[in-house]
Design a protein around this ligand. Structure first.
Ligand SMILES: Cc1ncc(COP(=O)(O)O)c(C=O)c1O
Length: 469
């Protein structure tokens, strides 16, 4: 058994586990690299250590200095552990879309946490990336780790993750599968494996279906920390320098439901409690292994632990609320669900009447008059929506009577913006919700509810359809 003088010395050296149940019957064996067994609980410990050592070497970080980073949590944990052990103050800027448990862990390790939105155009001064950059400029001795563009991030994987996989598989690895966040993991590990195997190893990116890395439209998705999201207001789509697309041979694009359900299966069937991005990576690895033969060997990387997501992917209620889970709550639960009602009327599912936030009131009123109940959600404008409207893009609602009254009363003009009369967000119900739960969501006087399917607003369901008085 190893004895370490510091936790920092224990970073890396994680085990590989054969996915014997999930991988049963596939062409090639699949092994999972359990990065959640790192001292800080994720693959990011490696990048954090590498970036701090490089900054000290380059004179960017000096005694008494402050480490600052925009992080989904895991890089912050790694930087906090390494930074505190080496005597620095650490400030972590966390996205307001990130799981709350992640910020609690950062504080527990001694970081100061600053929360800022990422669902803003990248150029917006209050975007998380701009907030942390300002802090680094203002705090004397401040150093922004900037994992997105820091070469020491991918380099950590050239020096550790890649060589470990080559050694652990005795040089038999033929396919490496990983998600792409900053791109550090796939770029560094992939580049090493290609170099050491003289190009024989194939590198596959596991990407949320809507992410723009793998060819999606960059609209919101539900797997944290991987993929590339593009706010519709962002002028220039910048990819991180830590990501080198030429290292990646291809992508498997995984719908959110498949990612989340695979993470749940990974815990139940293999005893490996990974986060949602582990679900995406494993789903991709299983697809890859299905196409291969017994002479191949697939390795998939599990970036972090599911313990940080117990209230999301591992909560049946949360999964049902967002329309990712439809199985009955118990064996004797036979109550019809919202899906039953929608499927009874052909063409309802996937056809959501919605008002774009940049529409004029006159155009919006014409649209609302076609909608039963006269109420519809107002959504962020986007040119095309191949995956439908993400629930996180819904700004509020608009009701025909309110618009008509404002226009006839002279309080608004037909060419005025719909945002002037924006009403509250409609209640939401998951497509697998039983009708009684949907009626409860509507309350005493709600006219319609937004039906969520796979985290997307898929339809409106009206009070009368749910049997509400
Ligand atoms: C949970 C999780 N999965 C995947 C990744 C992506 O790794 P990388 O940034 O090396 O591409 C991260 C990075 O923050 C992460 O926290």
């Amino acid at each position: 058994m190893a004895v370490h003088e510091s936790v920092v010395d224990a970073i890396g050296g994680t085990p590989l586990f054969r996915l014997s149940r999930l991988g049963a019957g596939l062409g090639a064996p699949v092994y999972a690299k359990a990065e959640f067994l790192n001292i800080g609980g994720s693959v990011k410990d490696r990048a954090a250590l590498s970036m701090v050592l490089a900054a000290e070497r380059d004179g960017l970080l000096r005694p008494g200095g402050t480490i600052i980073e925009a992080t989904s949590g895991n890089t912050g944990i790694g930087l906090t552990i390494v930074g505190r052990q080496r005597g620095y103050r650490v400030i972590a800027g966390v996205s307001d879309r990130s799981a709350a448990e992640k910020s609690d862990i950062l504080r527990a390790y001694g970081a100061e946490v600053v929360t800022a939105p990422t669902a803003l155009p990248r150029e917006h001064p209050e975007h998380l990336f701009n907030v942390v950059r300002r802090l680094a400029d203002e705090i004397p001795g401040g150093w922004l780790a900037n994992q997105y563009d820091n070469p020491a991030n991918p380099d950590a994987h050239v020096r550790t993750t890649g060589p470990e996989l080559w050694e652990q598989t005795g040089g038999r690895i033929t396919h490496f599968v990983a998600g792409v966040g900053t791109g550090g993991t796939i770029t560094g590990t992939g580049a090493f494996l290609k170099q050491v195997s003289a190009g024989a190893v194939t590198v596959i990116g596991a990407d949320p279906e809507a992410s723009s890395y793998g060819g999606g439209d960059g609209s919101p998705y539900f797997v944290e920390s991987i993929g590339h999201f593009l706010h519709p207001g962002t002028a220039e789509d910048l990819w991180p320098e830590s990501y080198r697309p030429d290292v990646v041979d291809g992508f498997e694009r995984i719908p959110d439901r498949e990612s989340l359900l695979t993470a749940r299966r990974l815990a139940r069937e293999e005893g490996l409690l990974g986060g949602p991005s582990s679900g995406t990576a494993v789903a991709a690895a299983l697809r890859v292994a299905r196409r291969l033969g017994p002479e191949d060997l697939v390795v998939v990387l599990l970036p972090d632990s599911g313990r940080s997501y117990l209230s999301k992917v591992f909560s049946d209620d949360w999964m049902r609320q967002w329309g990712f889970l439809e199985e009955p709550r118990s064996a004797d639960d036979t109550e019809p669900t919202v899906r039953t009602v929608l499927e009874a009327a052909p063409g309802r599912l996937g056809r959501l009447p919605a008002v774009p936030a940049d529409a004029s009131l006159g155009d919006a009123l014409a649209l609302l008059r076609e909608v039963p109940g006269g109420v519809a959600p107002v959504v962020l404008p986007r040119r095309e929506r191949p995956f439908g409207v993400s629930a996180t893009e819904v700004l509020g609602s608009l009701a025909a009577p309110a618009v008509a009254a404002a226009l006839t009363g002279g309080r608004a003009a037909p060419d005025g913006p719909v945002t002037a009369l924006l009403g509250p967000a409609l209640p939401t119900v998951g497509i697998g919700h039983p009708l009684s739960a949907a009626r409860e969501a509507l309350g005493a006087d709600g006219e319609a509810a937004l039906v969520l399917l796979d985290g997307r607003a898929a339809a409106l369901v009206h009070r009368t359809e749910l049997g509400a008085p």
